[in-house]
Design a protein around this ligand. Structure first.
Ligand SMILES: [Zn+2]
Length: 116
């Protein structure tokens, strides 16, 4: 029951714990992993940056209200934020860096800026 190299499919000859047929395939595999994780980080950073710009543009005076429709129209992505702040009363603010938003009733959102 010889294992197969996950990169090229060749049979792996040698130690039982060997995972690749050759140094070449091991390096190719690890380079691909690094590339994927770099892309993942880059994509999420881009989304966060976009979210930040949207919040900043909609909230020039550090406190305002907006609607879900407006946020979505600008391409806001509710899955990406950097931190959550829960008040003593249990209200949850979502932050993208120092720009925060709080879901209100009827699809309204309060926008706030955290004092630094
Ligand atoms: Zn191989």
């Amino acid at each position: 029951m010889a294992k197969e190299c996950p990169v090229c499919g060749d049979k792996i000859i040698g130690r039982v714990d060997k995972k690749f047929c050759s140094d070449y395939c091991r390096n190719a595999f690890n380079n691909q992993l690094n590339k994927d994780s770099k892309n993942l980080v880059r994509n999420i950073n881009n989304r966060l940056r976009k979210n930040y710009r949207i919040l900043e543009a909609l909230n020039p005076n550090n406190k305002t209200k907006t609607t879900r429709t407006k946020l979505i129209a600008k391409g806001f992505d509710f899955q990406h934020f950097t931190s959550i702040y829960t008040t003593k009363a249990g209200t949850i603010y979502y932050f993208v860096y120092d720009q925060g938003y709080l879901p209100l009733e009827n699809e309204f959102y309060a926008l706030v800026k955290r004092n630094s």
